[in-house]
Design a binder for this molecule. Structure first.
Ligand code: PGA
Length: 249
């Protein structure tokens, strides 16, 4: 399976910049080894999806509500994302878990809703700095994995997991290669424990301060099935350089 290189644009990009970035990615993406995805903010998702239609770059949302529709001011549902041109959605990002109080149980409900709407979920897990300092990183990630992933997560085309240590996001700090390899091995074992053979097929992305300079080393580690990229996904040159470092698995 190819490695997945996913860009999380977070709360960046007005329409003109978003479409210009999408067009640059469209031109630069053709023929690479990696599978490419960008997740723009809701307001420009349809415009980006239109700019990337028929290209090698897929489009996803950054979150969705767990219900299909209803009285939920300010929220967006999975069928709405699909209708706007998304085929993927990021769920349980630490910025949602920490800033919006999202629990693993809620993330699991959202994941069920995403799959029901035909979206491929990327479910994020990762420990805080305090948890790692106290040696509790595997326990923290283990609880998130058992709480956030619904039955059937690994079936069919299957969902994707993203390991993003909270302290590495947007900080320029990354875990050592051994720390990434150890956590990915732990996550793989947990996925197999939860889902049997299907758990062995789930791609596990690394995320947190991935940039062109460190992408090659991170993407070469065992059990790393791709990368989830924030800051470096906002320029075509950096995102495409990271994609160029990916290999077909
Ligand atoms: P970063 O963000 O690449 O800016 O560290 C990663 C993420 O939050 O997905």
């Amino acid at each position: 399976m190819p490695q997945l290189i996913a860009g999380n644009w977070k709360m960046h990009m007005l329409r003109a910049e978003a479409v210009a970035l999408a067009q640059a990615l469209r031109t630069g993406a053709a023929g690479g080894a990696a599978e490419l995805l960008v997740c723009p903010p809701f307001t420009v998702l349809a415009a980006v999806a239109e700019a990337l239609a028929g290209s090698a770059v897929a489009v996803g949302g950054q979150d969705c509500h767990q219900d299909k529709q209803g009285a939920h001011t300010g929220d967006v549902s999975a069928p709405m994302l699909r209708d706007a041109g998304a085929s993927w959605v990021i769920l349980g990002h630490s910025e949602r878990r920490l800033n919006h109080g999202e629990t693993s149980e809620l993330v699991r409900e959202k994941t069920v809703a995403a799959v029901a709407a035909g979206l491929t979920p990327i479910v994020c897990v990762g420990e805080t700095a305090d948890q790692r300092a106290g040696g509790g990183e595997a326990e923290a990630v283990g609880w998130q994995l058992s709480g956030s992933l619904p039955q059937g997560f690994a079936d069919g085309p299957g969902g994707v997991l993203a390991y993003e240590p909270v302290w590495a996001i947007g900080t320029g700090k990354t875990p050592t290669e051994d720390e990434v390899a150890d956590m990915h091995a732990f996550i793989r074992a947990e996925l197999v424990r939860q889902f049997g053979d299907a758990g062995a097929q789930v791609r596990i992305l690394y995320g947190g301060s991935v940039k062109p300079a460190n992408a090659g080393a991170l993407l070469a580690l065992p059990e790393v099935g791709g990368a989830l990229i924030g800051g470096a996904s906002l320029t075509a040159a950096d995102f495409l350089a990271i994609a160029g470092a990916a290999a077909r698995g």
